[in-house]
Design a protein around this ligand. Sequence first.
Ligand SMILES: [Zn+2]
Length: 128
Amino acid sequence: MVTRDEVLKGRDRDYPLDAELEQNLNQLLDAVNKLRLGYGKPFVITSGYRPGHYNKSARGAKKSAHMTCQAVDIRDEDGEIAKWCLNNLKLLEEAGLYMESPLYTHEPPGKRWVHLQTRPTKNRVFIP
Ligand SMILES: [Zn+2]
């Protein structure tokens, strides 16, 4: 199970969640855990809630879904999770998740992750 603490990483101490963020977080946890159940192996969350300066230092998009508790990044060194997601788009749809194209979620040398968000985008797999 992906937990609240894995997404918040203690950042809610300085940036407490209001009612809307709470709702977003609960929706995100439900969705990600639904998908995780289908995947059947643990997800390691490398980044979740990114309020204020945290989003800047992560070089996140200006209106990143990470700022509103609507996105997580999952460690995916070998690209296995990304591949599985692309082969199981129906499960993403059922969970209510949208995925950033894996072409955009890697950094040299070989650091890869899967970005999933509940905030809807035009396509299930989107280009940032
Ligand atoms: Zn992300």
